[in-house]
Design a protein around this ligand. Structure first.
Ligand SMILES: Nc1ncnc2c1ncn2[C@@H]1O[C@H](COP(=O)(O)OP(=O)(O)OP(=O)(O)O)[C@@H](O)[C@H]1O
Ligand SMILES: [Mg+2]
Length: 259
């Protein structure tokens, strides 16, 4: 396998990822904080995947690196045969915009834009033709059941509708990868379950990798595989789809304790 022969299926490989942060301290001698210290992880098929781990284990840091929002100190990040770790800054901007869809806890919708405008914003920033963008935006919003909400601003949308706009925006460019960092942190249990189902369907329908950080075992039970991060490393992984959440929580805390 060489980078010049892309695979039909999207895939994701992390090799020996290290990332440290300089401690926010007045002492210049303060040791840096090692957020990630040798992450190895591979996903070879499209689908819905989870990352779990204690607070501070490096989950958000890992998602930031995958999203191209920051660079690793060392190690390799391959997304669909692209060496993300080696991209020039200008190519990284394009990668962020076109190849990755990101869904944050707060959804990050702009309050002055309506649902359609929020959905197509990455395309506007990418200077795509307006008419084609609007058509694509309308199609995705219709698929997500928001046909009659396109011209509502976020304040006039329910939490569940806002999350679907965030997914629509993440899907605008048919990305290779969707990353979600605790996307249901602010939702009630019914909306949360709806979002997990939607992410699962999105992965299956578009044949892409959806990788979600979660604290909730019931969320990971929607994912085919769950990776456990511990102290900046992958402590283990297991098949998690359809597992009983209590059993799943037990399994992940076992791994986090013993690995
Ligand atoms: N910008 C930063 N500057 C300094 N240290 C940071 C920075 N971001 C994260 N860290 C540190 O790196 C480690 C990993 O943080 P990270 O946010 O990746 O954890 P997490 O697993 O997402 O935790 P949580 O579940 O609480 O969101 C933590 O010790 C954190 O304090
Ligand atoms: Mg986090």
């Amino acid at each position: 396998m060489t980078p010049s022969t892309p695979l039909a299926d999207p895939q994701l490989i992390l090799r020996g990822i290290h990332k440290s942060y300089r401690a926010a301290s007045s002492h210049s001698s303060a040791r840096p904080i090692e957020a990630l210290c040798g992450v190895d992880l591979a996903i070879d098929a499209p689908g819905f995947y989870a990352i779990m781990g204690r607070s501070g284990s490096g989950k958000s840091t890992l998602l930031h690196l995958l999203a191209g929002l920051d660079r690793p100190d060392s190690g390799e990040i391959w997304v669909a045969n692209r060496a993300v770790h080696a991209l020039r800054e200008s190519d990284l901007v394009t990668y962020r915009r076109r190849d990755v869809g990101i869904i944050f806890q707060q959804f990050n919708l702009l309050p002055t834009l309506d649902a359609l405008e929020n959905t197509i914003l990455p395309g506007v920033l990418d200077r795509r033709p307006a008419a084609a963008l609007a058509q694509r935006g309308r199609e995705i919003l219709e698929q997500l059941g928001l046909a009659d909400r396109m011209h509502h601003r976020p304040e006039a949308l329910s939490g569940g509708e806002q999350q679907r706009v965030a997914i629509a925006r993440a899907l605008l460019f048919s990305p290779t990868l969707i990353l979600a960092d605790e996307p249901t942190g602010n939702l009630d249990s019914q909306s949360s379950a709806g979002l997990w189902r939607l992410l699962e369907e999105t992965a299956a329908q578009h044949k892409i990798i959806v990788l979600m950080v979660t604290h909730e075992a019931v969320a990971a039970a929607h994912c085919q595989r769950t990776f456990i991060l511990k102290d900046g490393r992958v402590a283990g992984a297991f098949e998690s789809h359809g597992l009983d959440p209590t059993q799943l929580a037990h399994r992940s805390s076992e791994l986090a304790r013993t690995a």
